[in-house]
Write a protein that binds this ligand. Structure first.
Ligand code: 13P
Length: 251
């Protein structure tokens, strides 16, 4: 149960087709009926092919849209198959997820992520910046060191911190059904917030958790008071499960 502002970011990854737009009806109706839930921020991040239909469908609903990645560079240019922040913003899309471990695994390093963050902020997109340790790093007790390095490198020379949300997504938890121990998660969220406030000049750092969030474990996760929301993969593609997760947070 909470009265505090909570973000629920739906990362649809490489799923969805045009007809999936209809599955938003349930969530739109839920949001309408819950006008009291002023503190509820829902952001849908579908694949690029669905951003525009989602934006049209979600117009005037208060539900926002985000992209799952973008290229750096704020002009038109040659990289074939790429889409940059300026092009995303031109659709009235508001957010972009950057630094997701599934893209880091494809070779996106901290330097590239940093360039993307700077370029996306220049295009006035809000950022959901993902960080998280692999299972090997966890086993070697390198979690905090890894997070600190990802944060400092990813946010290097970033001046305006107001529009950056941090999503802590332990790589070993994504899609595995396993979530961190509640105490560990609380501790890490606290650690990230303190680092951002003390070393990176964040005024009001916000941390979301991502990795196997589902209707079964959400009550447990909600015990963590210093989290500001969730980045949800698999369970967000099913509107009933997504609504259930939100309901269990606010009821
Ligand atoms: P799952 O919720 O499917 O584990 O995915 C988490 C994630 O990667 C969200 O960005």
């Amino acid at each position: 149960m909470t009265n505090k502002l909570r973000y629920f970011v739906a990362n649809w990854k490489m799923f969805g087709h045009l007809k999936s737009v209809n599955s938003l009806n349930k969530v739109i109706n839920f949001k309408k009926k819950n006008k009291k839930a002023k503190n509820l921020k829902i952001i849908y991040c579908p694949p690029f092919t669905l951003i525009y239909p989602f934006i049209q469908k979600l117009k005037k609903t208060g539900i926002k849209t985000g992209a799952q990645n973008c290229n750096f560079g704020s002009n038109y240019g040659p990289p074939t198959g790429s889409i940059n922040a300026m092009m995303i913003k031109s659709l009235n899309c508001e957010y972009v997820i950057l630094g997701h471990s599934e893209n880091r695994a494809k070779g996106e390093n901290d330097n590239i992520i940093n360039k993307k963050i700077i370029s996306a902020l220049e295009s006035k997109l809000k950022i959901i910046f993902c960080i998280g340790e692999t299972s090997t790093q966890k086993k070697r007790k390198l979690t905090k060191k890894t997070l600190l390095s990802q944060l400092s490198k990813g946010l290097k020379k970033v001046k305006n911190k107001k529009n950056i949300l941090i999503a802590y997504e332990p790589v070993w938890s994504i899609g595995s059904g396993i979530i961190p121990k509640i105490k560990d998660l609380e501790n890490i969220s606290n650690y990230i917030k303190l680092f951002l406030a003390n070393n990176m000049k964040f005024k009001n750092p916000k941390v979301l958790y991502g990795g196997s969030v589902n209707p079964k474990n959400i009550s447990l996760l909600n015990k963590i008071k210093n989290l500001d929301g969730f980045l949800i993969g698999g369970a967000s593609q099913n509107s009933d499960k997504f609504i259930d997760i939100i309901k269990k947070t606010f009821n």
